[in-house]
Design a protein around this ligand. Structure first.
Ligand SMILES: C[S@@+](CC[C@H](N)C(=O)[O-])C[C@H]1O[C@@H](n2cnc3c(N)ncnc32)[C@H](O)[C@@H]1O
Length: 206
């Protein structure tokens, strides 16, 4: 059971956004992409029991941690974690079916992975979400080409030093990427520590 300090800090504020954004009165299916340690999915599943959660990870060590959380908490609404590379087409996402999900959650991945992962995330979301399904992303972002405050500018710089394909993405770019796959940016929520939650809704066919 790995422990990420950031996940411990942000899991409750993100849960508060989920509570406001999802229906708590009927059975829902959710996928988390890049579940990390498993702290988020465990926390959300405990609070939102009407949702069946599918955790996933790219990193094998993290998959083992998610399984350790699952074994510890014995939650009936958390499925065994699957290996998932967000940059691949959804057909490689461990059997996730088209239009099968009400909710997709992705926390702190977009800026710490190549743009191909973000592209894959939105493309896959467009395919696997039901009409009116929701994609929630969380992290630090640029707004209209500006990164604020200085701590996020420094963070962006350090990410790009580590990997030239990483870095904070602009919300306008995410919004237009989302639109190409049938999702629209419905809401932005300011979060502690200069992060944001972005809520993208899958459009219904008319
Ligand atoms: C900063 S961690 C965030 C983990 C977790 N969501 C959290 O907030 O604690 C970034 C995550 O992105 C995942 N990641 C990197 N490349 C990925 C890919 N191609 N597909 C899916 N996840 C990926 C990493 O394995 C890692 O767990």
């Amino acid at each position: 059971m790995l422990n990420a300090a950031a996940a411990e800090r942000n899991k409750e504020p993100i849960l508060a956004v989920l509570r406001e954004s999802v229906n708590t009165g009927r059975s829902l299916q959710a996928l988390e992409i890049s579940s990390g340690t498993g702290q988020h999915v465990t926390h959300f599943a405990q609070a939102l029991r009407n949702i069946v959660w599918q955790p996933s990870e790219f990193d094998r060590q993290s998959l083992a941690s998610i399984e350790a959380y699952r074994a510890h908490y014995q939650q009936h609404n958390v499925r065994p974690a699957i290996h998932l590379d967000a940059s691949l087409p959804y057909q490689y996402w461990g059997g996730i079916q088209p239009e099968s999900l009400d909710l997709l959650v992705n926390i702190n991945m977009i800026h710490i992975s190549p743009m191909a992962c973000t592209e894959g995330l939105f493309k896959g979301a467009g395919a696997v979400l039901k009409p009116q399904g929701l994609l929630l992303t969380y992290g630090p972002y640029a707004v209209n080409g500006q990164i604020t405050p200085q701590s996020n500018i420094d963070f962006d710089y350090s990410l790009r030093q580590r990997n030239s394909e990483w870095g904070l993405r602009d919300i306008a770019l995410l919004s237009s990427t989302a639109q190409s796959y049938g999702l629209f940016l419905e809401k932005m929520v300011d979060m502690p520590a200069n992060n944001k939650c972005l809520l993208f809704r899958k459009e219904s066919l008319v």
